[in-house]
Design a protein around this ligand. Structure first.
Ligand SMILES: Cc1ncc(COP(=O)(O)O)c(C=O)c1O
Length: 394
């Protein structure tokens, strides 16, 4: 009887464990060598020089390609390095359509660096096909989507955009950082390229900086392989090992992140100091239906608005278990103030037009006990209200 393909939990737990042919080591070793002997002139073991190919990195790259249902994977020194490698595909005069609400670093790379090379971008609500159509130009080459977006959790229908893009000969690139292949696989929905800040959920422990790219199709895979090697922003062997170690527990962590985030988000919807909670797992979120259809779960990060911007400073001062720090996706809970941290490089009028204003806080919910997180938040919010209002909100 033919065996069913392994479930994603098993594939994650087993990353690298059947690849080491010499000793049978169940975790793949770190090959630190930068150069490899050639058996003779014109021959190679398959490994020549570390930037081009490294055995440890290769196991990681093959794993992420498989997990994302793509053809090739590329490990980069950061999420930004992965984005730069992808954007290097474009030439002077090319135009991109990009999600309106977007990680600030991606915006900065496009606005301040790619623009110098003559690559322009239009920022639109990528869930609005009319807006996409209106922003399309004769020189448009690609659509770049974040879904959910960071920090406002806007959801884009990946399949609908990919179908539209393919019809117009455009490629679709999806930043899948917030959901990971455990919950969402954009290539199965028609995307051409997936990118990750693996610093976040894939690494999962707030201790490794990495980026991953997955491509579908021979031509794109060859092009990104050329750029990956030529630009050289590749991941080191030890960081590749560390990232795979984190990925082995991705399924367990994502399930816990999701259940904790749902519990905390539900609590916040009932707190009198909170104006709004942006989390696609909540049934009244505008992207709830699409998210439910295209993903098998929800990210562990969400944003919320306090009723008064003056609450922000005391909330950040009073949280104890939750750290006021600038990242997401790790086992430790972190709270970020996007307007002055992650999204500070986006011009204030663009930021505020999408809703990233001075009342917005972003919460990356870790894997601690949900009750402890709720208690920490409740205490900090009540202390903030008491300081600002001199009492409890009515
Ligand atoms: C959605 C998203 N994409 C890309 C990046 C950039 O990744 P890195 O910090 O690993 O360079 C980040 C970083 O926060 C992110 O949140």
């Amino acid at each position: 009887m033919e065996r069913k393909p392994l479930n994603i939990e098993s594939r994650l737990a087993q990353i690298g464990s059947v690849h080491e042919p010499v000793t049978g080591a169940v975790t793949f070793p770190i090959y630190q060598a930068t150069a490899y002997r050639h058996p003779k002139l014109g021959q190679s073991t398959g490994f020549d020089y570390i930037r081009t190919k490294n055995p440890t990195r290769q196991v990681l790259e093959d794993s992420i390609a498989g997990l994302e249902s793509g053809d090739a994977g590329f490990a980069c020194s950061s999420g930004m390095a992965a984005l730069q490698t992808i954007f290097a595909m474009f030439s002077q005069g090319d135009h991109l359509i990009v999600s309106l609400d977007l990680y600030g670093g991606t915006y900065r790379l496009l606005d301040r660096i790619m623009s110098k090379f003559g690559v322009s971008a239009s920022y639109v609500d990528t869930n609005d096909l009319d807006a996409l159509e209106q922003s399309r130009k004769p020189n448009t080459k690609a659509v770049f989507i974040e879904t959910p977006t960071n920090p406002l959790m806007m959801i884009t229908d990946i399949e609908a955009v990919c179908t539209w893009a393919r019809h117009h000969g455009l490629i679709t690139i999806v930043d899948n950082t917030l959901l990971t292949p455990y919950f969402q696989r954009p290539i199965e929905l028609g995307a051409d390229i997936v990118i990750h800040s693996a610093t976040k959920y894939l690494g999962g422990h707030n201790d490794v900086l990495a980026g991953l790219i997955v491509t579908k199709g021979k031509e794109l895979s060859e092009e990104i392989a050329f750029l990956h090697n030529s630009i050289g922003a590749v991941l080191s062997p030890s960081d590749s090992y560390q990232l795979m170690r984190g990925m082995k527990t991705l399924a367990l962590r994502m399930d816990r992140h999701e259940s904790n985030a749902t519990a905390v988000a539900n609590f916040l919807t009932t707190h009198p100091a909170i104006a709004e909670v942006f989390y696609p797992a909540l049934p009244d979120h505008p992207g709830y239906e699409i998210q439910h259809r295209q993903s098998s779960g929800n990210t562990g990060i969400f944003s919320f608005k306090v009723k008064d911007a003056r609450y922000v400073e005391p909330v950040l001062r009073h949280i104890k278990l939750i750290a006021f720090a600038e990242s997401l996706g790790g086992v430790e809970s972190l709270m970020t103030y996007p307007a002055v941290q992650t999204h500070a490089d986006i011009p204030v009028e663009i930021r505020e037009a999408v809703g990233v204003d001075e009342r917005l806080l972003r919460f990356s919910v870790g894997i601690e006990h949900a009750d402890d997180l709720i208690a920490d938040l409740d205490e900090a919010l009540n202390a903030a209200v008491a300081e600002v209002e001199g009492g409890v909100l009515g």
